[in-house]
Design a protein around this ligand. Structure first.
Ligand SMILES: [Zn+2]
Length: 466
């Protein structure tokens, strides 16, 4: 049993005030990890490069890419040996296109031997100085990540730059929904939140949201009046929809920052209407290969200082349509990933357009997170993001598509009040347009839709046994 499991085992059995103290204690540890000299230095540089011309920011990106490749060739066993065997020399990289000579690093390779990607600077008995983590994949074995001490501080500087863009000063209270599993699963009565005093951050559970508990969530958040809300889209969406139904207008944060799940257009509209502010969606990954955040004009800005991003169809680069997101990260010195295929899908723009905010970067057109599966028609066509199918339907709070047979879908629906046969007819009609008449469809009206072990909501689930 790991230290964290033992800690959680103890945590679950102490009274709520003591849990608040433990959450705050953990908050202090995270705060020390995230803030410090490296954070401040990185943030100062980021506030400056925010005003660079596009050409200058790409020059900076290329210089970091070259430096990262040289470091990997010298220090990282996997790349040192592989590149030697194929005769690749990082000094030959003069343009971004030159790295296409390198094989893509697949997730399975890193999962199989994560230590082979750890730099010699930290390997061989120096692992103790690193932060070890496991990604929370929905299927299969988790991937072990290693980060050096400065990595969290560098990453948190990007977070802080985004908050500053949105005018968030950090003086008021913060509400987080889903970010940390703070409430024991067996708990059935409020409070479904814990208070981290280290950052005046109220953590709400993503696992306890239901029709029966939403009144308590909305009332508490209205009482806190947060300056910002950080949340998984699915959680804050349910809270927002409930606040609208209840006519609650006291929740007025400067922005709702969403992460970790795909944010759907309907969710965004509901959240923005309920809280009279905009949603700042952001996108990163535990493997720290890229960072994308929305500005107040809605553009998904790519942080060129953080990593180099490609969209690939197999091994062919694509623009203007989605491809596999492949990244080379610059911020982690411990575990270095070059041309790493993340498993998400991303569309790079055909040509760059100016954003009214003045920040000169590439703008990402679409991002589809790996948390959602692709579904297939009975004749084998792949269907990605189908949120359009289950667009707002009166009386339905939340929905989920599960493909459990090649020709069968189960649609899980959470009702606002009770099951509505008309909603089933509407959804059936829309799904038939996509899947064709051979697809059989059944509906299940449920009290809530379970989250993954990491508390994430999956909208599309492919569960056909192979
Ligand atoms: Zn912008």
């Amino acid at each position: 049993m790991s230290a964290i499991d033992r800690f959680y085992g103890l945590y679950q059995h102490v009274p709520v005030p003591l849990q608040d103290l433990m959450v705050s204690g953990y908050g202090w540890i995270l705060k020390r990890r995230r803030y410090g000299a490296e954070h401040d230095r990185t943030l100062a540089a980021l506030m400056e490069s925010r005003h660079y011309s596009y050409e200058r920011v790409r020059e900076l990106e290329l210089a970091r890419l070259q430096e990262t490749l040289a470091y990997a060739a010298a220090q990282v066993p996997h790349y040192r040996e592989l590149w030697k065997s194929i005769g690749f020399d990082p000094r030959d990289v003069r343009r971004f296109e030159d790295i296409r000579a390198l094989p893509v690093t697949e997730k399975a390779e890193v999962k199989a031997a994560p230590e082979r990607f750890v730099s010699d600077e930290y390997g061989a008995g120096k692992y103790g100085t690193l932060y070890k983590g496991n990604t929370s994949g929905t299927t299969g074995k988790p991937l072990t990540t290693y980060k050096d001490k400065g990595c969290y501080q560098r990453v948190w500087a990007y977070q802080e730059r985004q908050r500053r863009q949105w005018g968030i000063e950090g003086k008021g209270a913060r509400v987080s929904i889903g970010v940390r599993p703070v409430v024991p699963m067996g708990q059935t009565a409020p409070p479904f939140w814990r208070h981290d005093r280290s950052e005046n951050n109220w953590h709400f559970s993503n696992f306890h949201i239901s029709e029966a508990t939403l009144d308590a969530y909305v009332a508490k958040i209205a009482e806190i009046r947060p300056e910002e809300i950080n949340a998984y889209p699915s959680g804050v969406f349910l809270v927002a929809a409930h606040a609208l139904r209840r006519g609650e207008t006291r929740i007025r944060p400067k922005a709702v920052i969403t992460c970790a799940e795909t944010l759907y257009a309907d969710q965004r509209r509901t959240i923005e209407e309920a809280f009279a502010c905009k949603v700042a969606d952001q996108y990163g990954a535990a493997e720290v290969v890229f960072w994308i955040g929305q500005c107040p004009h809605g553009t998904y800005h790519l942080s060129h200082e953080f990593g180099h991003v490609e969209a690939l169809d197999g091994t062919t680069p694509v623009v203007g349509r989605p491809g596999d997101a492949v990244g080379t990260g610059f911020v982690n010195r411990a575990q270095v990933l070059v041309r790493y295929r993340l498993g998400d899908s991303i569309a790079l723009p055909e040509r760059r357009t100016e954003c009214p905010c003045g920040w000169q970067t590439d703008a990402i057109e679409t991002i589809v997170g790996r948390i959602d599966d692709i579904l297939y028609t009975p004749d084998g066509r792949a269907l990605g993001r189908l949120d359009i199918v289950l667009k707002k339907i009166d009386g339905v709070l939340e929905s989920q598509l599960v493909q459990d047979e090649p020709d069968h879908l189960t649609i899980n629906l959470v009702p606002e009040e009770g099951p509505i046969p008309a909603a089933e007819q509407t959804i059936r009609g829309r799904l038939m347009d996509y899947f064709g008449p051979a697809m059989r469809i059944d509906f299940r009206w449920v009290e809530n839709i379970p989250r993954t072990a990491a508390g994430k909501f999956r909208y599309q689930v492919y569960a056909v046994r192979k």
